[in-house]
Design a protein around this ligand. Structure first.
Ligand code: FAS
Ligand code: PHB
Length: 395
């Protein structure tokens, strides 16, 4: 016997995108059901993003979940770009009047879950066989299995917030869906260690041996990355090798301040640029990684997902509160306009900061020339700064 449920918006995926959407709609009195194939503990444990744009902080404030973020987040006025150990600071506050906040995605997810669950949000975890259906009718459905039982949610709209490996994107017919992709010929090996960060701000470093990033989660917990081979395995990278490689890539001056320690999280992430169009099909709306992926070089993945949700929640709230469907009808083009600009920035930063195996000596000279141009031109530095702090939601 199939359990039948009804709601206004059925949200597939309870990562940052799905959770934030559920909270913003709930705050506007709009009912949702959220389903996820994982459970809460697993989702909260995933180590991912670390830098929040000002727009993401505002979204957390609007959702009513920013108290801990303001207490524990680290506000940063700038970050460094480094080439072969020479550092140049991008002064975000001077160039844009804005800042970024260092606060892990795990914490964002925990804060969103805490409020949603406390308010009695309807969740189904550990679901299977999720099938969005009847998306072009005015009564779409989402079918899934939960605790061995078939469930069908009848709703007005389906929000596909189920990430890159979800099912929502592929619910759009193949003759309508268009995808664009660039896969980078390397990965990022990331570690967490309970040691103070090497610097007060982030350092993105390009060195002949490869890219490195010095980041953090707090004043006592550091997050470091090195570019690694696309087929590398974590087993290839014992801590000693990692620290030695990081020292060489950040240069002796910076490395003199590096406090190494045992890594308690070590993982390799592949890098890709990916966009799926359209981000709406009938009454299905895609948001976040379900529709796009960026290489983490621009610190944009989580922030882009949040920006989608700010645009989508506004569209749905206008429809329910004022029966105005203008924002719903323009959702896909509005959100994609911003997605492509963020994809461009993340692609540009990745091309500038990494060693590409097939780069010719000329291309290496182009990278170096671009870095020197950025260090000598306020306009070039401002272009990087305004993308890094986050482009406006509406052009
Ligand atoms: P998510 O992938 O976070 O959430 C999707 C949810 O949908 C998951 O909980 C999943 O269980 C669920 N789901 C999937 N299929 C389903 C199905 N069939 N049915 C039901 N539920 C389903 N971004 C940065 O800005 N900086 C970084 O440093 C950074 N590092 C990253 C490292 C890694 C390894 C990865 C994978 C991503 C990283 N990102 C980073 C990007 C990341 O932060 C995403 O942009 C962010 O999680 C996007 O949030 P969501 O769109 O909610 O997708
Ligand atoms: C992180 O702290 O995990 C982080 C920060 C900035 C990036 C990517 C990752 O660009």
């Amino acid at each position: 016997m199939t359990k039948a449920l009804t709601t206004s918006v059925c949200i597939i995926g309870s990562g940052p995108a799905g959770l934030l959407l559920s909270q913003m709609l709930s705050n506007a009195g709009i009912d949702t059901i959220v389903i996820d194939r994982q459970n809460r503990a697993h989702i909260e444990s995933r180590i991912r993003a670390g830098v929040l744009e000002q727009g993401t902080v505002k979204a957390m404030e609007d959702a009513g979940v920013a108290d801990r973020l303001h207490r524990e987040g680290l506000v940063h006025d700038g970050f460094d770009l480094a080439f072969d150990g020479i550092r140049h600071r991008i002064n975000l506050r001077a160039l844009t009047g804005k800042t970024v906040t260092v606060y892990g995605q795990t914490e964002v997810t925990k804060d969103l879950f805490a409020k949603r669950i406390a308010e009695g949000g309807r969740f189904f975890f550990d679901v299977a066989d999720v099938v969005p259906a009847d998306l072009t009718t005015d009564r779409p459905q989402v079918h899934f299995m939960h605790d061995g039982e078939p469930v069908t949610v009848f709703c007005d709209y389906v929000a596909g917030c189920d990430g890159f490996h979800g099912v929502s994107r592929n619910a759009i017919p193949a003759d309508i869906l268009k995808t664009y992709e660039r896969i980078y010929p390397f990965g990022w090996l990331g570690v967490l260690t309970e040691r103070p960060p090497v610097s007060d701000e982030l350092i993105y470093a390009n060195h002949d041996r490869g890219f490195a990033l010095c980041s953090m989660r707090s004043e006592t917990r550091s997050r470091y990355y090195v570019q690694c081979g696309i087929d590398d395995d974590v087993a290839d990278w014992p801590d000693d090798r990692f620290w030695e490689e990081l020292r060489m890539r950040i240069g002796p001056e910076t490395a003199a301040h590096l406090q190494t320690g045992p890594s308690f999280e070590k993982s390799i992430a592949p890098l890709r640029s990916f966009v799926a169009e359209p981000m709406r099909y009938g009454n299905l709306f895609l948001a976040g990684d379900a529709a796009h992926i960026v290489p983490p070089t621009g610190a944009k993945g989580l922030n882009l997902a949040v920006a989608d949700i700010r645009i989508l929640s506004r569209a749905l709230i206008e429809r329910y509160q004022r029966n105005d469907t203008r924002y719903i009808n323009t959702y896909s083009q509005t959100v994609l306009s911003r997605v492509w600009k963020v994809e461009r920035f993340s692609w540009q930063m990745s091309n500038l900061m990494h060693q590409f195996p097939d780069n010719t000596p000329f291309e290496k000279k182009m990278q170096r020339a671009e870095f020197e141009y950025v260090t000598q031109s306020e306009a070039a530095s401002r272009a990087i700064a305004e993308n890094y702090v986050g482009l406006p939601l509406d052009p």
